[in-house]
Design a protein. Structure first.
Ligand SMILES: [Zn+2]
Length: 111
């Protein structure tokens, strides 16, 4: 996880092309699911998604448990191992409560 203002030109290009790739993949998946009809069930959660909506479930790439960040009434899921070099991101609710006891890595979380 990095703020976009810290990305260099190559990283911007990689991010842009990755976004396009993922969006094209999901357009195809959702079009296939709809099978030419107007979808009757609209949801942001799909079994084929890697980590979205899969808090505590194993990451499909590394098997580590999917983490979450909660903000307001929303939640963002991520794999600390694959997407953040093994570091846990601060959760506004629990990390504020635990302060210095908030685990920084998956290993600290296990303990
Ligand atoms: Zn992973």
């Amino acid at each position: 996880m990095r703020q976009v203002k810290h990305l260099n030109d190559n990283e911007w290009r990689d991010l842009h092309s990755s976004c396009q790739l993922v969006l094209r993949k999901w357009i195809e998946i959702l079009n296939n699911k709809a099978a030419g009809k107007f979808p009757t069930k609209v949801t942001a959660f799909h079994a084929e998604m890697a980590v979205h909506g899969k808090y505590k479930q194993p990451c499909p790439d590394c098997g580590k448990p999917v983490q979450r960040i909660r903000y307001a009434s929303n939640e963002c899921n991520y794999c600390a191992q694959c997407q953040n070099q093994g570091k846990l991101l601060a959760d506004r609710g629990l990390s504020r409560l635990l302060k210095k006891d908030w685990p920084k890595t998956l290993e600290e979380l296990d303990q």
